[in-house]
Design a protein around this ligand. Structure first.
Ligand SMILES: [Zn+2]
Length: 72
């Protein structure tokens, strides 16, 4: 079997929008709030093990979800 370049995402992860889906677990803050209050929250999907990063800007507004590249 060939390994896909991108991790195979489950259905809810494929359709992720502006909020975490029900199988995503908050894993804490990946990057502590900087001086201006911006931070990054980390989530993990319990279905497909995808790690999602949600940047929160200094106004508390989500920048949307992006996949954390799986290193190693
Ligand atoms: Zn998933």
């Amino acid at each position: 079997m060939q390994k896909p370049i991108a991790p195979s995402l489950c259905e809810p992860c494929h359709r992720i929008n502006s909020s975490p889906h029900q199988n995503m677990r908050h894993q804490g803050v990946r990057q502590a709030a900087s001086n201006d209050g911006a931070q990054e929250r980390q989530y993990r999907c319990v279905t497909c093990n995808a790690i999602w990063i949600e940047p929160i800007n200094k106004w508390g507004v989500s920048g949307g979800f992006r996949l954390l590249p799986n290193i190693g």
